[in-house]
Design a binder for this molecule. Sequence first.
Ligand SMILES: N[C@@H](CCC(=O)N[C@@H](CS)C(=O)NCC(=O)O)C(=O)O
Length: 102
Amino acid sequence: MARIEIYTTRYCGYCSSAKALLTRKGVTFSEIDVTGDAAGRSRMVERANGRMTVPQIFIGSTHVGGFDDLYDLDSAGRLDPLLAADEATPSAENPAAESPAT
Ligand SMILES: N[C@@H](CCC(=O)N[C@@H](CS)C(=O)NCC(=O)O)C(=O)O
C-alpha cells in the first residue's frame, strides 16, 4: 500500500472530508497538523508546488492536491489503484528509492 500523507489544520472542513474519505477506503494515513506551524506550512507549500490551502494530500510519490482533487480522483475510479500501489517511495529509511516516472 502506498504511503499516504495529509497536511491539515484544526477546524478545517475540507480536511475532515478528506480524512473521512480516506478512512472509508480503509487506509491508514499520516496526518501532519500545521496549525500554527509556519515551518511545517512552508514545507507543505514547497512540496505542493505553491498550493497554500489545506488539506494537501500525497499518495506515494503523487501529489493529489486538496479534497476536491481527491474526490475527483475517486469519482474517476483512479483513487483505489493509486492507494493500492506498492511503489518504492523515497523516505528517511530508504532514501535511495526511485520515484516512478509520472
Ligand atoms: N478546493 C480546496 C479548498 C481548500 C480550502 O479552502 N481550505 C481552507 C481551509 S478548510 C483553507 O486552506 N483556507 C486558507 C487557510 O487556511 O489558510 C480543497 O478541496 O481542498
